[in-house]
Design a protein around this ligand. Structure first.
Ligand code: CP
Ligand code: NVA
Length: 311
């Protein structure tokens, strides 16, 4: 097995195919044991420091509960507690926190901040969402696909919507495990060329295809997984009016799902803006039930990641 001790998780692109699989396999094992009621002490006496510049339900609770279940503890540092980048330098925060805790999870606006934390911390830093990527989410997402389909080969994931942090991470994740990925977005919201290039590099090893199109119907056609995320991410609130207009044709609704495979699953990282990027009837449809498994799986993959990098 690969040794991940001390490794940062800033983007999935930084992790090897073997390391990605190690997370999936460990998460599967931990989830199974969890369901059997088995107790763990893998991180007994260890503490995770959690820095949040933005709100959160899933990330905060899944990491905090995950630490508890591994025998450890988590400290929540909200936007007003340490005021990342305002009260003192990020370098000092990283150096000081490293003297207290065994790992740092950070949710930031600017991806550079999580890179800066990783540069100066002497403990592993886990990205809990930045403007560039959301690796723990994408790990939960591919884990959920694997749980339902037992393979990635020959599967097609269609991401309908904004070429944002979640889309970037999914593109990296699909490339690593060999699942075909297509994103449909309005031209101005396509993922950045360099990000697509990075994913395509990774995809060479697994044979996955990475495609960018404008037409949501083309993307949804014969998809095994239909994925969407909010049109207006945290920090983009000023662009709301504009985005609702531009993204209107990119709604995941029952009509669009008709084009996907009959046994497709719908995924959404949540929180959802029902009536915008996804309709409520899709979330209530049997195909939409995987959304809640996906949310639960955040915890199982994060427990695996923490056990591996902090254990
Ligand atoms: N999906 C996700 O990261 O949710 P939160 O913003 O609630 O953490
Ligand atoms: N793209 C969204 C994801 C939230 C989990 C955001 O950045 O706000």
């Amino acid at each position: 097995a690969v040794n991940l001790k001390g490794k940062h998780l800033l983007t999935i692109h930084d992790w090897s195919v073997e390391e990605v699989w190690q997370v999936l396999k460990t998460a599967e094992q931990l989830k199974l044991e969890e369901k059997r009621g088995q107790k763990h002490e893998l991180l007994a006496g260890k503490t995770l420091g959690m820095i949040f510049q933005k709100p959160s339900l899933r990330t905060r609770v899944s990491f905090e509960v995950g630490m508890t279940k591994l025998g450890g503890h988590a400290v929540y540092l909200g936007p007003d507690d340490i005021k990342l980048g305002k009260r003192e330098t990020t370098e000092d925060i990283a150096k000081v926190l490293s003297r207290y805790v065994d790992g740092i999870m950070a949710r930031v606006f600017d991806h550079k901040d999580v890179e800066e934390l990783a540069k100066y911390a002497t403990v592993p830093v886990i990205n809990g969402l930045s403007d560039f990527s959301h690796p723990c989410q994408a790990f939960a997402d591919i884990f959920t696909v694997y749980e339902k389909k037992r393979t990635f080969k020959g599967l097609k994931m269609a991401f309908i919507g904004d070429g944002n942090n979640v889309a970037n991470s999914l593109m990296f994740a699909c490339a690593k495990v060999g699942m075909d990925f297509v994103i449909a977005s309005p031209k101005n919201y396509w993922p950045k060329e360099e990000v697509v290039k990075m994913a395509r590099e990774d995809a060479k090893a697994t044979g996955a295809t990475i495609e960018i199109v404008e037409d949501p119907k083309e993307a949804a056609k014969d998809a095994d997984v239909v994925y969407t995320d909010v049109w207006t991410s945290m920090g983009q609130e000023a662009e709301y009016e504009e985005r609702v207009k531009v993204f209107k044709p990119y709604q995941v609704n029952l009509e669009l799902l008709e084009l996907a495979k009959p046994d497709c699953i719908v995924l959404h990282c949540l929180p959802a803006h029902y009536g915008e990027e996804i309709t409520l009837d899709v979330a209530r449809d049997p195909r939409g039930q995987s959304i809640y498994d996906q949310a639960e799986n955040r915890m199982h993959v994060e427990m695996a990641i923490m056990a591996m990098v902090m254990g």
